[in-house]
Design a protein around this ligand. Structure first.
Ligand code: FE2
Length: 424
């Protein structure tokens, strides 16, 4: 497809829904804390492991917040963690909960000093690597403020997945008034987080989140003057566990029982097109290491941009490195590798060319213009639909058949519109 046509569809103002946000909506979203609880914008739990989790929240300036957490729904017994919200992170705080039990639903609530307690929320911890627990998760991408309310998040919540994976374009910093300052980037996150459906989903479902280009600017490249501001705002608003020695590293992996290794790539901040590298050498070697050493039946590789299609900004622009990754998997006969992507604003199952039949599952958009450029004509698509806001759900139950995963595509009315079985 021609790049110019594609951008017109993906980014043009002509497809915005009427009566919601317009170009003039770059004005400040003044989000006042609830006068009762002192909290604002709900909670987000994320990067949950078998013994740890992060919880993000935002509260009144300078407030000291106690987080109570435990495995009883009423929190009759609890542990606590205390933080003061950080004005340098737009009055947010991220709590790190450690020493948790695996495969357990945890409940938590925040108490701002001197206020009434906040609502009780929950998340479920991952099974241990040798545990054959059933695992299910949903994933998608692309939440654009002009398409609020994010009704599709009600459907995600209703599926009761173990976690939700947001594969980028969590904001559109360059649409509806382009963000230029840190304050303006924060404002984009406030607007999107100020959404009842998203908040109610996050109250019961933990997340893993990766950024894509629109957290900075359409198709941005490393060295972009807004890249570091965009990254800071992203990390201020999403719970992302990072190595203490590498605070800017967003790529990471998570293990969910015997069934699932989730490898979340950062295909943005290490790009070097002159060397045909999207991942950069360190991340690529990390990916190879995770792939070859994981004992999980399925290795789901989340790459926000699809492995085939969409032009030079996606893997099509980095054919050498893509071929190297596919060759690595083939030569070492690594079983159960499935790629997950979003970004192109359609739902598809794509047979990746020259990959020995590996699949890329593309979901989305959650809430953004539908792709009117691509169609199902290309033979690489085993399934293609660009007609709805959607997400994909993947379920692996080792107790029934550990070598199979159920893939379902689900729309904003919670209707399953495509199903197939993936085999490891
Ligand atoms: Fe997008």
């Amino acid at each position: 497809m021609k790049r110019r046509e594609f951008l017109k569809v993906m980014g043009g103002a002509g497809v915005a829904l009427p009566g919601l946000w317009s170009a003039s909506s770059c004005a400040q979203a003044i989000i006042k804390a609830d006068p009762g609880t002192g909290l604002s914008l709900g909670y987000v739990s994320g990067d949950v492991g078998s013994d740890s989790a992060l919880v993000w929240l935002r509260a009144e300036a300078d407030s000291r917040v106690t987080l109570r957490y435990g495995n009883e729904p009423g929190l009759a017994q609890f542990q606590t963690s205390v933080r003061t919200v950080d004005a340098g992170a737009d009055h947010s705080a991220i709590f790190s909960l450690e020493g948790l039990a695996p495969s357990t639903r945890y409940y938590y609530r925040a108490l701002v000093e001197g206020r009434t307690p906040g609502p009780i929320a929950s998340f479920v911890t991952a099974p241990r690597a040798d545990d054959n627990h059933k695992v299910s998760f949903c994933f998608s991408g692309d939440t654009r403020q002009g398409y609020k309310p994010f009704t599709v998040m009600h459907a995600v919540r209703a599926q009761r997945p173990d976690f939700f994976l947001h594969l980028g374009d969590t904001i559109y910093a360059d649409r509806n008034g382009a963000a230029r300052s840190l304050e303006e980037f924060w404002n984009k996150y406030r607007i999107n987080r100020d959404d009842a459906a998203a908040q109610s989903c996050f109250r019961e479902t933990s997340v893993y989140v990766m950024w894509d280009d629109h957290e900075v600017e359409d198709d941005y490249m490393p060295g972009h003057p807004l890249a570091s501001i965009g990254r800071k705002a992203f990390l201020d608003y999403w719970p992302v566990r990072r190595p203490a020695t590498e605070p800017e590293q967003i790529y990471r992996a998570a293990r969910w029982g015997r069934a699932v290794e989730l490898i979340i790539l950062d295909p943005r901040q290490y790009r070097a097109p002159d060397r045909s590298s999207m991942l950069g050498r360190t991340q690529k070697e990390w990916l190879f290491d995770r792939l070859v050493n994981s004992s999980a039946t399925f290795k789901f590789v989340a790459t926000t941009v699809p492995m085939a299609g969409g032009g030079k900004d996606r893997w099509d622009g980095y054919p050498k490195e893509r071929a190297e990754i596919l060759r690595y998997i083939r030569e070492r006969k690594i079983p159960g590798v499935v790629f997950l992507s979003a970004d192109l604003h359609y739902a598809a199952v794509t047979r990746i060319p020259k990959s020995n039949g590996l699949l890329d599952i593309t979901a989305g958009p959650l809430a953004a213009p539908l792709n009117r450029v691509t169609n199902s004509a290309n033979r690489r698509y085993q399934f293609f639909l660009a007609e709805n806001f959607n997400f994909a759900k993947i379920t692996v139950d080792p107790k029934v058949n550990g070598n199979e995963a159920l893939l379902e595509f689900i729309d904003q009315d919670n209707r399953v519109f495509h199903t197939r079985t993936l085999r490891a």
